[in-house]
Ligand binder design. Structure first.
Ligand SMILES: NC(=O)c1ccc[n+]([C@@H]2O[C@H](COP(=O)([O-])OP(=O)(O)OC[C@H]3O[C@@H](n4cnc5c(N)ncnc54)[C@H](OP(=O)(O)O)[C@@H]3O)[C@@H](O)[C@H]2O)c1
Length: 259
């Protein structure tokens, strides 16, 4: 099936590993022209070496906690690709911890990583979306259901729902659709980190923690990163022409709220 993604000019952030990497890979498989980004240059180059086997990919190093680097990423991507059609925005993970443990500095870093980077990435990208465009923010199931000891995510990520709504209304007249996804448990290095943290806190084995988590998921398994990436692709594709301001759960049914 032609998803209408061939030759689209795409930025994927936090793309050296995990959900971002899978997203860049899927865009390349569909024939898009892609700029990947993350903040560790060595890991970014490793990802680039693998992805260049699939299609036209470029890399620009950018730490999402730096406004200047996010601006530079978008400008350079525009220079490289000759415009921008899609911003597939993924971030790094905030530090685990509850609000009694987290420092003021942790909150400031969390704000920069999770919210400010999204504001700047959207604001800069739309300057180069001259004939419509798609913006997809990958957030988290914590938008709907807090997770213990992930208070930076539980609190700050909620603001992305407001950003998606505000941006979608503002940008709809320009043909730019803005949506989000809320991944649930997805098999990446982030999950390894969270499982280790929970095992340490609760004095349990990692296998026990994994079994407890999957017991809560109606589909009884975690997602593969590609399963999350495919929903981002859908929102960037010609199959999705009347969806904006939406935030789609991709969580195997784990969030219990009705809407
Ligand atoms: N996996 C899950 O179950 C799950 C569920 C819901 C939400 N999420 C969220 O989805 C996002 C991606 O998760 P993941 O599981 O794919 O994580 P991951 O496998 O740990 O990958 C994280 C990616 O973020 C990049 N990154 C980290 N800090 C960065 C920074 N300051 N600036 C730029 N890039 C940075 C990393 O690049 P470097 O190589 O530069 O470190 C890497 O590419 C995270 O925000 C996570 O909290 C994950």
């Amino acid at each position: 099936m032609d998803l209408g993604i061939r030759n689209k000019r795409v930025i994927v952030t936090a793309a050296s590993r995990g959900i971002g990497y899978a997203t860049a890979k899927r865009f390349l498989e569909e024939g898009a022209r892609v700029v990947i980004s993350s903040h560790d240059e060595n890991k970014l180059k490793e990802a680039y070496s693998k992805l260049r086997e699939i299609g036209e990919v470029h890399y620009v190093k950018a730490d999402l906690t730096s406004v200047d680097e996010v601006i530079n990423l978008v400008r350079k991507s525009n220079d490289i690709l000759g415009g921008i059609d899609v911003l597939a925005y993924v971030t790094g993970s905030p530090k685990p911890g509850n609000f009694l443990e987290l420092s003021d500095n942790d909150w400031e870093e969390g704000f920069k990583l999770l919210l400010m980077s999204a504001v700047v990435a959207i604001r800069e990208s739309v300057k180069y979306m001259r004939s419509g465009g798609r913006i997809i923010l990958s957030t988290s199931m914590t938008l709907r259901q807090p997770i213990d000891n992930l208070d930076l995510s539980n609190v700050i990520r909620l603001s992305l729902a407001g950003l998606i709504k505000s941006a979608s209304k503002l940008l709809a007249p320009r043909g730019i659709l803005v949506n989000g996804i809320m991944p649930g448990w997805t098999l990446t290095e982030r999950v390894d980190q969270l499982v280790k943290d929970r095992a340490r806190r609760q004095g349990k084995k990692e296998e026990e923690v994994i079994a407890e988590i999957t017991k809560e998921i109606p589909m009884a398994r975690m997602a593969q990163p590609e399963e999350v990436a495919n929903v981002i692709l859908f929102l960037a594709s010609s199959l999705s022409t009347y969806v904006t301001g939406a935030i789609i759960p991709v969580d195997g049914g784990i969030t219990r709220c009705t809407f």
